[in-house]
Design a protein around this ligand. Structure first.
Ligand code: GLU
Length: 441
């Protein structure tokens, strides 16, 4: 059965970059009728925070990316130790004692000689007695996995055929000197034991994948199908990594972005299919195909989310936005009419409040100097409220009659006088909601 996982480290909130990972894994699982696991990669007790675990969960819930199972690496440490023991027994695991400074020096030397900076496996030559001495001097060493120096190949779901020479990669450290198990092995053990069949993640993980394939094989697991999506860049192709902090989902949400707008964009951005606004998750699942994604960096522009949000909102019935309408202060009996009038004229639900305020309290009129006399004359003809859906038609006819103005020259100054803006809802529909007209003077 198809099983995927989203495996965030709880060291920060979900941002636009890892949202893509979550969404792709979710869609693959749902499309195949499989299982989607939320796996919290919290083997680092110093950097992992409960606050982020809660944040990740609530962000996924807000998006509607519901998981079938949740797993925490911190609760599975004994499994990782068992895997480490097997690697040790197989002779694929060795202890190394170099300090970070020594390693750095080795790397610099190699680079100076034009060689790739690959760990030289000096630790493999240590005798037991030498290891004892080093352990006494420096404490426990790190544990490295001994790669087989051959080519590692896989067919990547996005990047196509990949071939990496293991000799160009350092033997990965899987356990730190202080005993902390590292992601590289924890992830492999989890993927194998949880029956993960498909792994989608960012292309920054390609080298990890190469080493993980060898670890999976050493442990007798089944290698999942891997796909690595391209990095996101800003609209100009600039690196986004530094800005990702400001592109956290909760910030986008606070700006009024709607989940469907965000998901519709991210399910297609970087693929050869055009972005289409989807109305629900079923459509999104149906229209998703990982094969359509390319390896080129993907340009992301946060501004694209606003028109999609506006279109999504315009399509919604009152029931879907009731809460926001109530929050804007609109009384129940006016809610349906209010939503009908505003839904085509908002960019996010945050715009509802200002619209209602304008209707309730009246807008600061916008009157151009050349229209001042005309507006004054028109205002004298405006009947007392309450207005109804006939008011605008009847009033503008009377104004036309009295002033001889017609078309835009008639309607625009009146719209601006009543609403304070040049654009907005159909005035016939708006009038019944308008309770105060400041332009009356
Ligand atoms: N915790 C890892 C990360 O956030 C997971 C990578 C993976 O999907 O294996 O980068």
């Amino acid at each position: 059965m198809t099983t995927t996982r989203f495996a965030p480290s709880p060291t920060g909130y979900i941002h636009i970059g890892n949202l893509r990972t979550a969404l792709m894994n979710y869609l693959i699982a749902r499309k195949a009728g499989g299982t989607f696991i939320l796996r919290i990669d919290d083997t680092d007790p110093e950097r992992s925070k409960e606050e982020y675990v809660d944040g990740i969960k609530s962000d996924l819930e807000w998006l509607g990316l519901h998981w079938d199972r949740i797993e925490r690496q911190s609760e599975r440490l004994d499994r990782y130790q068992a895997a480490a023991d097997s690697l040790r027994e197989m002779g694929r695991f060795y202890e190394a004692f170099e300090t970070p400074t020594e390693l750095d020096l080795k790397r610099k030397k190699q680079l100076n000689m034009g060689k790739p900076p690959v760990y030289d496996r000096a630790a493999l030559a240590l005798t037991d007695a030498e290891k004892e001495t080093l352990r006494a001097e420096r404490g426990d060493g790190v544990w490295r996995f001994k790669l087989d120096r051959e080519r590692i190949e896989w067919r990547d779901g996005i990047l196509g055929d990949i071939s990496i020479d293991a000799a160009s990669v350092s033997d990965p450290v899987l356990i730190r000197g202080d005993g902390q198990v590292l992601y590289t092995i924890a992830s492999v053990v989890d993927d194998t034991e949880m029956g993960v069949t498909n792994v989608v993640r960012g292309s920054d993980h390609v080298t990890n994948t190469a080493t993980q394939i060898q670890i999976i094989e050493a442990l007798g697991g089944k290698v999942p199908a891997f796909a690595h999506h391209s990095l996101l860049t800003g609209p100009q192709g600039e690196a986004l990594s530094k800005r990702l902090g400001t592109l956290a989902l909760r910030d986008l949400r606070a700006q009024g972005i709607e989940p469907m707008a965000l998901l519709s964009l991210m399910a297609r951005l970087g693929s050869s299919d055009a972005v289409e606004l989807r109305s629900d998750m079923a459509e999104l699942i149906d229209g998703f195909d990982i094969e359509r994604f390319g390896s080129a960096p993907t340009k992301f522009d946060v501004d694209d989310l606003f028109p999609l949000t506006a279109r999504h909102l315009a399509s919604l019935p009152l029931a879907a936005v009731q809460e926001a309408v109530v929050e804007a202060g609109v009384p129940d009996e006016k809610a349906a009419q209010f939503w009908d009038v505003t839904r085509q004229n908002i960019s996010t639900l945050k715009d509802l409040g200002p619209w209602w305020e304008m209707m309730r309290d009246g807008a600061v009129p916008q009157i151009d100097a050349e229209d001042a006399a005309f507006v004054k004359e028109a205002m004298a003809l405006l009947p007392d409220g309450p207005f109804d859906d006939q008011t605008w038609g009847a009033w503008t006819s009377a104004v036309k009659e009295a002033t001889g103005r017609k078309g835009r020259g008639l309607f625009m100054p009146l719209r601006k006088a009543l609403t304070g803006q040049a654009h907005g809802p159909d005035m016939s529909a708006l009038m019944p909601l308008l309770q105060v007209v400041k332009a009356r003077g």
